[in-house]
Design a binder for this molecule. Sequence first.
Ligand SMILES: NC(=O)c1ccc[n+]([C@@H]2O[C@H](COP(=O)([O-])OP(=O)(O)OC[C@H]3O[C@@H](n4cnc5c(N)ncnc54)[C@H](O)[C@@H]3O)[C@@H](O)[C@H]2O)c1
Length: 263
Amino acid sequence: MSEQRIAVVTGGGSGIGRATARRLAADGDLVVVADVNDAGAARVVDEIVAAGGDARAWHVDVAQEDSIRALAEGVTAAVGMPSVLVNSAGVLQNLSLLETFDLAEHDRVWAINYRGTYLCCRAFAETMAERGGGAIVNISSTSSVAAFPLLAYGPGKAAINQLTAILAAELGPRGVRVNAVIPGYVLTEQMRSRIDAGLRDPSVMHAQSALGCMVRPEDIADGIAFLCSPAARMVTGVALPIDAGWLASVTYNQYPGWPGGKR
Ligand SMILES: NC(=O)c1ccc[n+]([C@@H]2O[C@H](COP(=O)([O-])OP(=O)(O)OC[C@H]3O[C@@H](n4cnc5c(N)ncnc54)[C@H](O)[C@@H]3O)[C@@H](O)[C@H]2O)c1
């Protein structure tokens, strides 16, 4: 029988991280659900255990280097060396303009989304290399490649794509693969409440995607599970869009006068 993998999912208490933790546990991994929201992490662990899987909740604040180091050392001591890391901890930001965007908010978004991802990669990569290899998946966004009025979130996600490529090159010779996913509009609990509050219009998000729908958190989890699996053993350094064709459609749909477009 093959050894059980240990997978750490930051931001595992909600949304994409929750779906990923549940999927990896269903595939047989021991999953560490790491989140700043302890109640969320505990709830996801309960869901996994109720479904017959194996999981532990862990507190981490990815904005704090000490907290990340404690996670990496604590997990290794308690359950063993992880071979999978999914960096799903992240925050959104409000739409922003250059002149008026609050610098403290800019720095907070960078500290959690980019610096948190960077520090988690740093804390786990060495352990993974020591145990003979592993897989890291970072969570990017369509705002990493298309312009949204998100002055910290978008550039931070673009930096995650670049970090992914750099680390793939650096760590590949030591058996560690590093990839990213680029989710489109994902129907998470948070997105659902924004829709319910009238802040987002699902029909617009449907119309902007080639496949005419939003993506489910489970669709992102499927892609992440693939990137962590032996089926992706030759895949490293990619940022894989899982966006129902949003990136393909967004320019196509605006092509002037073209009858195939949706406008
Ligand atoms: N939902 C979407 O449409 C969408 C699209 C593109 C990219 N993403 C990205 O996917 C990732 C997950 O987002 P989501 O939509 O699942 O959001 P979510 O809010 O449902 O989940 C994010 C999780 O991260 C945790 N978190 C926040 N700050 C943290 C910190 N400092 N330390 C540890 N944990 C922290 C939260 O407690 C939460 O459980 C994020 O990086 C986000 O930018 C989401």
